[in-house]
Design a protein around this ligand. Structure first.
Ligand code: ZN
Length: 240
């Protein structure tokens, strides 16, 4: 059964894969430009992705289920520990770096796909807000995946193809696999899942993306971050 929510999810998940592919193509063709632009995209995404759970997703999750706060904490801790595992494994040996990094990116991109489903199932507005932030961060993700593969001694052309399979294609796959399951749940369950997703988004923006704003010596990275925050605020206030 095709409904509005599904069309939104499919549209964003497919855009995510395309923007990811654009990132890969950009770094393949023009390394300097892509690296420069990447920072701004990350900073903008950080702004959107910290504003969405704090202003909208978590409050909405709590309205749907009183226990959503616990799940938000669980989502946050899940990210802390899964990143610890990836770190400790990549320290051991160089080969593990390539394999674990690729695994990590593949799982992350699948989860990205699931996030589109959960946020849009909760409300179109939350879906759009998280979706804009996520689609923009895909550009950087494509670039990061490609450069990670190069570090693992994969040739440039193959790295381009693999990066697309690992980072880009996995997001719509995650979305389309999750959709039939999530679509069956009622509000309380969606609330719990949205709580978890809020915790994940808070972690990703505050611990993954935001340090880029802090550490980047580029003049306008803070501006890009504030544009992200401002756009999120604008969307919430106008209920676009
Ligand atoms: Zn991602």
């Amino acid at each position: 059964m095709v409904n509005n929510t599904f069309i939104w999810i499919a549209g964003f998940a497919i855009s995510a894969a395309l923007v990811n592919g654009l990132g890969i193509l950009a770094i393949f063709r023009s390394k300097e430009w892509a690296k420069r632009t990447k920072t701004y995209f990350i900073c903008f995404a950080a702004g959107m992705l910290i504003s969405t759970p704090l202003m909208l997703a978590l409050p909405d999750a709590l309205e749907k289920s009183r226990n959503a706060g616990f799940l938000a904490l669980a989502g946050f801790l899940f990210m802390v520990f899964s990143n610890k595992v990836i770190r400790s494994r990549t320290k051991e040996e160089p080969l593990a770096f390539g394999v674990t990094a690729v695994e990590g990116i593949a799982i992350h991109s699948l989860v990205d796909g699931v996030i589109y489903v959960v946020t849009f199932e909760a409300s179109i507005l939350i879906g759009i807000m998280a979706g804009i932030g996520l689609v923009i961060h895909e550009f950087a993700e494509g670039i990061i995946t490609y450069t990670t593969l190069l570090k693992g001694n994969v040739r440039e052309k193959s790295a381009m193809v693999y990066a697309f399979l690992i980072a880009a294609l996995t997001t719509p796959i995650g979305a389309f696999v999750a959709y039939p399951f999530v679509d069956k749940f009622g509000d309380p369950s969606i609330g719990l899942m949205l709580g978890f997703v809020s915790g994940v988004l808070i972690y990703v923006s505050a611990s993954h993306l935001l340090p880029e704003v802090r550490d980047s010596d580029k003049k306008h990275s803070l501006v890009a971050f504030l544009i992200g925050v401002g756009l999120a605020g604008f969307i919430v206030l106008t209920k676009l």
